[in-house]
Design a protein around this ligand. Structure first.
Ligand SMILES: [Zn+2]
Ligand SMILES: [Zn+2]
Length: 161
């Protein structure tokens, strides 16, 4: 079989995601070995996840501000707003820890679980938010760079052909 992208070149590997045949220059592009289509779609879905999390956090920040204004001192208002906005980040951590475990719970677990998870996210979120914020912003920049590289490479290929 020849490369999916280069019809004149013999394939030497295949995409780990969809199995398309790739030549050696195509299989060297990404790690793990992916075709361009699978690479860009996985990057853009990851980017969407990050944007979603920041959007939810932004909405919670707004809600938290409305509820905190006028209640107690400015210090407590800031702290409580911060903890509300940090819920999505606590949620991320708890989801990671509990993934798989949820499947073994009974029906009662399924009812209690979302509330318990929300409460735990609220408690933990504020402590892990700075770490996740840093990580997600860094990842977001990486994805944008990778996507730009792919676009640039394609433009170079077209110019060269
Ligand atoms: Zn693929
Ligand atoms: Zn190729």
């Amino acid at each position: 079989m020849n490369c999916y992208y280069h019809h004149g070149t013999a394939g030497s590997a295949s995409c780990h995601e969809c199995g398309r045949t790739l030549c050696s220059s195509c299989s060297d592009r990404f790690n793990p070995i992916l075709c361009e289509g699978c690479f860009t779609s996985s990057q853009s879905s990851e980017r969407k996840e990050i944007v979603k999390k920041f959007t939810i956090s932004g909405i919670l920040l707004f809600i938290g501000m409305i509820f905190s204004i006028g209640s107690g001192s400015l210090g407590t208002a800031i702290i409580s707003t911060y903890f509300i906005a940090a819920i999505p980040f606590g949620w991320t951590l708890i989801s990671r820890i509990l993934s798989g475990w949820v499947l073994f719970m009974g029906i009662r677990g399924w009812i209690i679980y979302p509330f318990a998870k929300l409460l735990a996210s609220w408690v933990i979120g504020g402590f892990v938010a700075p770490f996740y914020l840093y990580k997600m912003i860094k990842r977001f920049k990486e994805i944008n760079n990778d996507m730009n590289t792919v676009i640039q490479e394609n433009a170079d290929l077209k110019a060269g052909a």
